[in-house]
Design a binder for this molecule. Structure first.
Ligand code: WT7
Length: 633
């Protein structure tokens, strides 16, 4: 399954295009199936309808756990580092992880969970989060993990959309100096969620929380019950390759986040294949992905990808800058981390502390570095290369999305020649195309366009939960017969791809995807706001910052107080990650005669580039632009 030379990559790529079904059938043969598939692929991108490994039966946890027990049973599956370095770390071997997953799967069953049920997980970055995820997969329940930074309202929206019947959470979580009141947030969310019958609460912070009789249960008590029942094993549910594995909500350019659906067979094959290849994982290596399991990166490259390959996956509860900005390097040194996969925003933030914190750290264990989530700027790329990799580690700049399930365009570590800021070449099985605004394919090299994918790959989304039409509309309607990524892209003279960023109204703030419409809706919920427009602007550390233009003629208190009110409102409606960095009060927004907000102009003003605002003659009130320009922050 592992490609080890550029020549092999080229051969694999060619084969994946010439005979995709044979190519993927061979890859899938490296996994454990209860029953083989009858047909490898069925697809069209019009409905869309995509099915891989049709008729195949499996359980992903047998691939991530059971099949490794013989050879790797006593090897570490998860190494966990707590937020507070003075607290003990934990190591779970494959045997121990298997047992804990089985136990918790039995807890879920004891509480009525069945195959197909949707279960919401809102937890801190502790091993029990991975255990909860795998326990759901074990019994065929569909997990919907919600990142610990989202608000009660966001959780409620997600729970209602998927009609979850169980929530798994913790009393509280730790991140840096902060304690996150997870259970309190869940309690607020559940006021709106009659579908939820049980809440299972892990003890983490042991902060006082409400525990409702009949609904709320302590994780530890439930484990004791299965222990006294002697229920330490749990046969894995047989799943169809196309059965749902999980839902993960992500923001788009309009309205509420959509539930991206991934299925058991194709997702497993894709996450495992891309993990093994991109990172060139070798047995015994310690692999550290700094993402949170609340995002797709954590799903695919902390849990499923690495575990399916018998890797040792490192989980970190804290943040890179606490108790000091050398925390990542202390971890690398102490645990002899071999592969570090992180985000440009983290690199930029650490850069700002200088290289002193790196000087006395032994980073010689590092062999491969990875970047994900947003375009990596040249400066950050070189800093990572020089100060972390000591020019000895290939950097894989991996481009992909929640919807793609796994890495799509990326170097293969040590195999593909890298080029700063370029995600380089498509992985085998990935057929990218660039199209112009008319939907015509832009061929050749030294060109740019909108990035689309013209052939299915096993890890792609199958639908958006409960609303297939939305899936069609969002991804498959802009360019006929193609999956549209929402990204702009250039292909240079060497055929290398560089992702230039979103071309829709989606922002990428610190690698987090935020819909401008969503933020606007939240701002508009504030009592003194009439309307608002949100755009992104370049931000040194976050990549993009959130700039809000707000019409609020009747402020209650002064501007500063109203600004703070708006921030509190956005935090309550979406979560702190969506808080605007800048709020400019304006008397009106630049609109066309038909009432459409001209975001192009606002974007330029937010970027501080007001020299050429383009044609403003179609504006209803051109004077407003002068006012906004004059008041720009
Ligand atoms: C969007 C997807 C995929 C895991 C994390 C984000 C941007 C992602 C890169 C990269 C340039 C990137 C794109 C994409 N993006 N990786 N290596 N270079 N841009 O997942 O939240 O679904 O966001 O992140 O704009 O569309 P996501």
């Amino acid at each position: 399954m592992k490609i080890t030379s550029f020549d092999e990559y080229q051969k694999a790529y060619k084969r994946s295009v010439d005979s995709p079904e044979e190519f993927w059938a061979d890859i899938a043969g490296n996994f454990q199936w209860r029953k083989p598939w009858i047909k490898t692929l069925e697809w069209n991108f019009t409905e869309p309808n995509v099915k891989w490994f049709i008729g195949g039966k499996l359980n992903i946890t047998e691939n991530c756990l059971d099949r490794h027990l013989d050879k790797l049973g006593d090897k570490p599956a998860i190494i966990w580092e707590p937020n507070d370095p003075s607290e003990d770390h934990r190591i779970l071997t494959y045997k121990q992880l298997h047992e804990k997953v089985c136990q918790f799967a039995n807890v879920l069953k004891n509480n009525g969970a069945k195959k197909g049920d949707r279960i919401c997980i809102y937890m801190p970055m502790v091993p029990e989060l991975a255990i909860a995820v795998l326990a759901c997969a074990r019994i065929g329940a569909v997990h919907s993990v919600v990142f610990g930074g989202f608000s009660a309202q966001s959780i409620a929206d997600r729970i209602q959309d998927a009609q979850c019947n169980i929530v798994i959470t913790a009393d509280g979580g730790f991140r840096g100096t902060k304690e996150i009141p997870l259970k309190n947030v869940i309690d607020d969310a559940l006021v709106q969620c009659p579908s939820v019958k049980k809440v299972i609460v892990l003890t983490r912070s042991r902060t006082p929380i409400s525990m409702l009789k009949g609904r709320d249960l302590w994780w530890e008590d439930e484990i004791k019950k299965v222990e006294t029942q002697g229920n330490t094993t749990c046969p894995a549910e047989e799943m169809d390759a196309e059965d749902m594995l999980f839902i993960l909500y992500t923001s788009g350019s309009t309205g509420k986040p959509k539930g991206v659906v991934h299925t058991c067979g194709g997702y497993m094959v894709y996450a495992g294949y891309t993990f093994a290849n991109v990172f060139q994982y070798n047995p015994g290596e310690v692999y550290f992905c700094t993402a949170d399991i609340g995002w797709i990166t954590g799903h695919s490259y902390i849990v499923y990808g690495p575990l399916s390959q018998g890797a040792t996956t490192f989980m970190f509860e804290g943040i890179p800058t606490w108790p000091n900005p050398g925390r990542f390097w202390e971890i690398v040194e102490e645990y002899k981390v071999n592969i570090l996969y992180t985000a440009p925003t983290a690199i930029r933030s650490l850069m700002s502390f200088g290289t002193d914190v790196l000087k006395d750290k032994d980073l010689s264990s590092l062999k491969k570095l990875g970047s994900v989530g947003e375009p990596i700027n040249e400066e950050a790329w070189h800093w990572f290369d020089e100060n972390v990799g000591h020019k000895n580690c290939p950097i894989v700049d991996t481009w992909w999305q929640t919807e793609t399930g796994g890495i799509m365009i990326s170097p293969i570590a040590g195999v593909t020649k890298t080029k700063p800021t370029f995600a380089t070449l498509p992985l085998p099985g990935v057929q990218p195309v660039l199209v112009d605004e008319h939907g015509n394919e832009v061929e050749g090299n030294g060109v740019s366009g909108f990035l689309c994918i013209k052939f299915p790959w096993p890890g792609m989304l199958r639908t958006t939960y409960g609303d297939h039409e939305r899936c069609r509309q969002t991804y498959f309607s802009a360019y006929k017969g193609k999956y549209f990524t929402g990204d702009g892209c250039l292909r240079d003279e060497d055929g290398y791809y560089r992702i230039t960023g979103r071309v829709d109204d989606v922002l990428n703030v610190s690698g987090h995807r935020i819909g401008t419409a969503e933020v606007e809706n939240a701002i508009n919920m504030h009592a003194s706001v009439v309307e608002s427009a949100v755009v992104g602007y370049p931000h040194d550390i976050k990549g993009q910052g959130v700039y809000a233009f707000v019409v609020s003629p009747n402020k209650h208190g002064d501007e500063d107080l109203t600004r703070k009110d708006i921030l509190v409102t956005v935090t309550r409606i979406i979560g702190a990650i969506a808080k605007p960095d800048k709020i400019q009060f304006v008397s009106g927004l630049p609109k066309t005669r038909s009432g459409k907000i001209m975001r192009r102009i606002l974007r330029k003003i937010a970027e501080g580039d007001t020299s050429n605002l383009g044609d403003t003659s179609t504006l209803l009130d051109p004077a407003i632009v002068e006012e906004i320009k004059a008041g720009a922050l």
